[in-house]
Design a protein around this ligand. Structure first.
Ligand code: F6P
Length: 530
């Protein structure tokens, strides 16, 4: 059998000899190296992937079993093997599809019942005089709803939503300040209902509500799989929305964890959000790998990271309301694919998930783009851009935003030659050796890869498509790498040590001599705490 990794390595060496811009000499590259689903367009023409490389990448995906694994995921097989769980977040948005079987049972009746209960509750809250909703959660119980609520602010017609995640008292203190405890709903979002940050914040919020005339019995709701624990916390079972263990935390915004979003934008808009994801699911499940948007996005990722060795990728939404998308994707991608062993427990032979980072454009241009354009490391950039904004009276702002986004990918690819830079320096009046030195600082090597995701407007449907696109991208990369994208053992050790260190920090226990550095740091802290 051909070793596709080896072939790709050779193709990457060949790609070093050419410039991305040269690939555009072949007819119609923009059309051939882009794909569309619905109104969404993914353009990967400004990468150094040619037709042969794309074919090899598709073979790599196919031979890794992406198609079988994809079917296994959609049909409820326990593909999260280390936890013995199915991965069925797609069922949460399967509004118009058929049965989804898990352990011999169709889960869709339960999904529809839970959605109906969420709708009833959201409608009641929206009509009840509640002015503010505080969602307390962390990781997947925070980032999804917080990111989506910010993204869809033009659709807000319900109470204001606030998100508290950090155990740092500054977070809850700043968010509760100015809220009226009598008209605030607190939602405690935690799949396990044991996460120390969330439970600490939940208890603080409950005390605040009691002290300020609110009624925690009526004004607390919970989103969790652990209904026994929500009950012992004292939350009215009628205000508890449960979900199954086959919904992973970072894949959970589509169900009860999305309740704050539903309250903010209403049930109808939330349905549109689910339908956008459903549309991406249908595309992902049916489209040929050569045309399949999540697969192609994943393959550009594999090409850049594992084959070309670019360790990070920047996600750059030219859409202010997607400013939280990079943080959201950090959890989705890095918690899913930041693994060191394969499914069978052997060492991963390739680097696994890349470092994902980024910020909204154009702000990033005035911060870190210097390194992206002229630094010594190549950072593949993933641009996102809407054709239309939501501010018709500020159309000129949007036109400028678009021009900036398009300019960046063009500049990254084309760069600026020494010859042009010399002319610029000469025009500025430099001469001789000084001209040469000044010119060199103004050269852009170019040949830096980027992709662009275009959509008509950031509405609920489109946001659903975008999130599902990235979820499936992570899945495809995980299958190709042979890792389990659905567990997160790497977060455990720090949690355990934090628990054992708490009495040391409180001063009720001596720091162990095994950790002289920790002891020194704790001693400093105690000195400064008086
Ligand atoms: O610490 C990691 C993690 O388990 C995430 O995977 C999860 O999204 C987050 O913590 C919150 O967990 P929970 O919803 O159980 O509070």
């Amino acid at each position: 059998m051909t070793d596709h990794w080896q072939t790709l390595g050779a193709q990457a060496a060949g790609a070093q000899e050419r410039r991305i811009s040269d690939l555009f000499r072949h007819n119609n590259r923009s059309a051939v190296f882009s794909t569309q689903t619905g109104d969404m367009l993914f353009d990967y023409s400004k990468t150094n992937i040619d037709a042969a490389t794309r074919d090899t990448l598709v073979l790599l995906a196919r031979d890794a079993g992406v198609e079988d694994r994809r079917e296994a995921m959609f049909t409820g097989a326990k593909i999260n093997e280390t936890e013995g769980r199915a991965v069925l977040h797609t069922a949460l948005r399967n509004l118009d599809g058929g049965a989804v079987m898990f352990d011999g049972q169709d889960v869709m009746a339960q999904v529809h019942d839970t959605l109906a209960a969420m709708r009833r509750f959201a409608n009641r809250i929206r009509e009840s005089g509640i002015t503010d909703v505080v969602n307390i959660g962390i990781g997947g119980s925070d980032l999804g709803p917080a990111m989506a609520t910010a993204a869809l602010s033009p659709y807000h017609d319900g109470p204001r939503c606030h998100f508290v995640s950090n155990v740092d008292g500054a977070d809850i203190s700043d968010k509760l300040r100015g809220l009226d405890a009598k008209t605030t709903l607190v939602i405690v979002a935690s799949k396990t209902f044991t996460t120390v940050e969330t439970m600490t914040n939940a208890r603080t919020a409950r005390a605040w509500m009691r002290d300020h005339g609110g009624d925690p019995k009526r004004q607390f709701a919970a989103l969790s799989s652990a209904t026994d624990k929500t009950e012992s916390f004292g939350i009215d079972p009628d205000q508890v929305f449960g979900f199954e263990e086959w919904v992973g935390g970072r894949y959970s915004v589509w169900g009860p964890i999305g309740l704050s979003l539903m309250i903010a934008i209403g049930a109808k808009a939330f349905d549109a959000f689910l339908r956008g994801a459903q549309a991406m699911d249908i595309h992902f499940r049916a489209a040929d790998l050569h045309e399949n948007m999540p697969v192609l996005l994943a393959l550009t990722g594999i090409w850049h990271n594992q084959i070309c060795g670019y360790a990070t990728r920047a996600v750059l939404p030219y859409d202010e309301r997607l400013a939280m998308l990079p943080s959201y994707l950090q959890q989705l991608e890095m918690e899913s694919n930041g693994k060191g062993v394969l499914m069978d427990g052997s060492d991963a032979p390739h680097h696994t998930g890349p470092v994902v980072w980024g910020a909204a454009g154009t702000n990033g241009q005035h911060a870190f783009y210097q390194l992206i354009h002229q630094g010594t490391r190549i950072v593949p950039c993933e641009f996102l851009l809407a054709a239309r904004g939501h501010e018709p009276d500020l159309h000129h702002h949007h036109q400028l935003l678009i021009a900036n986004c398009l300019a960046q990918s063009k500049a990254l690819m084309e760069g600026r030659s020494l010859e042009t830079a010399r002319k610029i320096a000469a025009d500025k009046g430099f001469t001789g050796a000084d001209l040469e030195r000044q010119a060199r600082h103004r050269v852009f090597g170019g040949n830096r890869p980027s992709t662009t995701l275009l959509y008509p407007q950031l509405d609920p449907f489109t946001l659903g498509q975008i999130i599902a696109l990235y979820e499936h991208r992570v899945f495809v990369e995980g299958v190709i790498l042979g890792i389990n994208s659905f567990d997160q053992w790497g977060v455990e050790l720090g949690k355990e040590l934090a628990t054992s260190l708490q009495p040391v920090v409180d001063g009720t226990k001596q720091a162990s001599n095994d950790y002289p550095s920790t002891a020194t740091l704790v001693a400093y802290i105690h000195r400064h705490q008086g």
